[in-house]
Design a protein around this ligand. Structure first.
Ligand SMILES: Cc1ncc(COP(=O)(O)O)c(C=O)c1O
Length: 380
């Protein structure tokens, strides 16, 4: 019987490496895990306590489709506290992970056949979700000179003008930021040209110098996607949020009612406490910073090529063209011979990604130290 063409999307190679690494570890081999973009620290204590209290006391049924009003208000307060931006709670929609937010945002803002521009390299789900939804992806190839981020000139050169564009700052896989002035220029350009800008801000809070700025400072027509998986270290709770321009609230509400009914109740009650866990969460960021410094020193020593110093997130996207032409085969060898799991660049850039590997340093520092030693021995 029929299997749809729309389901024929490429796999997420990071998850394939994760499976191979699990198999190898289950066979008794030592594996250093630098493949998954997941905080190694686990859920913050205050969130766990709030979840326990909710299990005892809350009625964990469906919530409103747009999320618990108290959580929408708490997220709005976070915008005021953290960025100094006033956002009405009505514009905040709680979603099932930011992944669930993308589906709602893409469906509400774009029709099949519309064009969505994104930079290569980018988080693969953007392009693969678009493929499934019939949205055409327009690639903006950016290299190390642009720090793997779009510029106004690159966006302006797109012909025809796309209906939408997605940006991520800090980015996965490169960790680079779009600096404030460039973000402002891109947001203003997008608004002037009628391009619906989607700003993926999931790595905000994890930066190693300048803080990441929200696009909401420069545009109230842009869509923001964010969530509790990265800074808040709550991957498995599957909770995210959107900040929407007013004209998209009702369309997203109708879609959310039909697609998801509501985001998970227990996760929403628990997440109410997440904004008060900054001491623990900032300590995670300090650990990432130490891991980052070690990898930035070790990778060139071991023989890896150039990479843009990551300003945020927990990734280094290293050029491996001196070592291989085929990053997928290289990652498999690195896993089997050195015991280091990392993600091939083809996940993020189908063409140039053959020459890149992404290392995630979100894990425990001992793992990163051991991986650095193993890489040096392997490539000696
Ligand atoms: C750039 C980016 N956006 C979104 C996500 C999805 O996160 P979640 O669905 O867990 O919120 C990820 C996960 O790795 C990511 O790297």
């Amino acid at each position: 019987m029929k299997v749809s063409k729309r389901a024929d999307v490429p796999p997420f190679f990071a998850m394939e490496v994760l499976r191979m690494a699990n198999t190898k570890a289950a066979g008794g081999d030592t594996v250093f895990r630098l493949e998954a973009g997941e905080p190694g620290s686990g859920t913050p204590r205050g969130v766990l306590e709030a979840a326990h209290a909710a299990l005892d006391r809350a009625h964990l049924g469906y919530t409103e489709s747009l999320g618990l009003p108290a959580l929408r208000q708490r997220i709005a307060r976070h915008y005021l506290d953290y960025y100094g931006v006033t956002v009405a709670p009505e514009r905040i929609i709680v979603t099932t992970g930011s992944s669930g937010g993308f589906i709602l945002a893409f469906l509400a803002a774009f029709d099949a056949g519309d064009r969505l521009a994104l930079v290569d390299p980018s988080y693969p789900a953007y392009r693969n979700m678009c493929a499934a939804l019939g949205i055409n992806v327009v690639r903006i190839p950016a290299g190390i000179t642009e720090r793997f981020q779009p510029t106004v000139e690159l966006v302006d050169s797109l012909d025809p003008v796309p209906e939408g564009m997605i940006i991520a700052s800090p980015s996965n896989p490169t960790g680079t930021l779009i600096e404030r002035s460039r973000l402002k220029a891109i947001a203003e350009h997008a608004e002037a040209r009628g391009i619906r800008l989607v700003s993926d801000e999931i790595y905000h809070g994890i930066t190693y110098g300048e803080r990441a700025e929200t696009v909401l400072k420069f545009s109230d027509r842009a869509i923001v996607t964010n969530g509790f998986s990265k800074y808040f270290a709550m991957t498995g709770w599957r909770l995210g949020w959107l900040v929407l321009p007013t004209e998209l609230i009702r369309p997203v509400e109708r879609l959310a009612q039909n697609f998801f009914i509501s985001p998970p109740a227990i996760a929403q009650f628990a997440a109410l406490a997440a904004f008060d866990c900054s001491a623990e969460l900032d300590a995670n960021v300090e650990r990432y910073a130490r891991n980052r410094a070690l990898l930035m020193k070790t990778l060139p020593e071991a023989g890896f090529g150039e990479f843009a110093p990551c300003d945020g997130a927990f990734y280094i996207y290293a050029d491996v063209s001196r070592l291989t032409n085929d990053s997928e085969e290289f990652c498999q060898r690195m896993l089997h011979e050195a015991g280091v799991a990392a993600t091939p660049g083809i996940d993020f850039d189908r063409e140039r990604g053959r020459h890149f590997v992404r290392f995630s340093f979100a894990g425990p520092s001992e793992q990163i130290e051991a991986a650095c030693d193993a890489l040096k021995r392997w490539l000696r």
